[in-house]
Design a protein around this ligand. Structure first.
Ligand code: G4P
Length: 287
């Protein structure tokens, strides 16, 4: 069953972005480097069309470097778009985005025409971490909560460079089934919105096809010939997720697999390539 996720209406956020966008020179969209396609919100693309865009692939330290290179090339080939990959906690790479904004909007410089940049991203993508790194202090509130519209903040990164935090919460929008699984696996959607066992099975299926060495190395199981369910069973057994009567506790096993993905204990994994994501959209396996 596909994941259904209705976190709440976004019309306040939408209205606020519409209002703000008029004065914005560059839009930074923070994406999760492990799932760049799925962690984008399509509404943002509509609201900000015509504005130069900087795609920041955050959490690159957790993502597969070869696939990050594919995504960077994909975004850099789009008109009026640049892309960078970062670990939001590292200051030097983070400051590269200032230079990238100047390249995207070369007319903006100096006190008379300061650069005005809007920074957006779905919750948990690392926006607060990045803003904190850029400012060197805790300027942004960490953790977005359901239903709470954050007050808009204007942050001066230099005398002629202003960063505007997104007014409101930009929730992820699941437009194809695989995106739902990838968002759930990454931790971007609420725990109560999905079934861990289903997400872990989807994840193991993907890993078996694309990173077969990862579960084998982490859990010392031979993945060859196993169905996804048998693999989850084998992992549960190895990890002692066994209930009375010797049956594997699949819920526990699933939590272990999801935890290990998020902590990069399975290695640096990216859950989608630009080509795959385009194919999912084209197949129209809508939720
Ligand atoms: P948000 O404002 O977009 O909602 O995200 P926030 O900065 O709060 O970051 C969410 C989590 O992601 C935090 O972990 C943060 O440390 C982590 N994070 C942010 N950027 C990076 C990155 O580049 N690499 C890695 N590895 N982690 C990053 P947390 O406080 O442990 O929260 P959680 O994981 O328990 O949700």
């Amino acid at each position: 069953m596909a994941i259904q996720w209705f976190p709440g209406h976004m019309h306040l956020t939408k209205k606020a972005i519409q209002e703000r966008i008029k004065d914005i020179d560059v839009v930074i969209e923070l994406l999760d480097a492990r799932l760049p396609g799925s962690s984008a919100n399509p509404m943002l693309a509509e609201l900000t069309s015509g504005k130069p865009g900087l795609k920041v692939l955050n959490k690159q330290d957790l993502a597969d470097p070869a696939r990050t290179a594919l995504w960077l090339a994909h975004y850099n080939a789009l008109p009026a778009t640049r892309a960078l990959a970062l670990d939001a906690s590292e200051a030097t790479p983070a400051r590269r985005l200032i230079q990238a904004c100047h390249e995207l909007a070369p007319g903006r410089a100096g006190m008379a025409k300061p650069m005005r940049v809007l920074i957006c991203g779905i919750p948990n993508v690392g926006k607060s971490t990045l803003i904190n790194t850029l400012t060197g202090k805790r300027a942004a509130k960490t953790g977005d909560e359901a239903g709470i519209t954050k007050l808009e903040q204007r942050i001066a990164l230099a005398d002629d460079f202003y960063l505007y935090d997104t007014p409101g919460v930009l929730w992820p929008r699941i437009i194809v089934a695989r995106s739902g699984y990838n968002l759930a696996a990454s931790g971007a959607i609420g725990r109560n919105a999905f079934d861990e066992e289903e997400v872990a099975l989807e994840l193991l299926g993907y890993l078996t096809r694309h990173y077969p060495g990862a579960p084998a190395a982490r859990y010392s199981v031979d993945v060859a010939g196993l169905t996804d369910e048998q693999l989850l069973q084998a992992i549960g057994r190895k990890r002692g997720a066994v209930q009375s009567g010797g049956r594997v506790n699949l819920q526990k096993a699933a939590e272990i697999v999801i935890y290990d993905l998020r902590a990069a204990n399975l290695g640096r994994i990216t859950l989608e390539t630009p080509e795959e994501f385009a194919a999912w959209l084209a197949e129209g396996q809508k939720v």
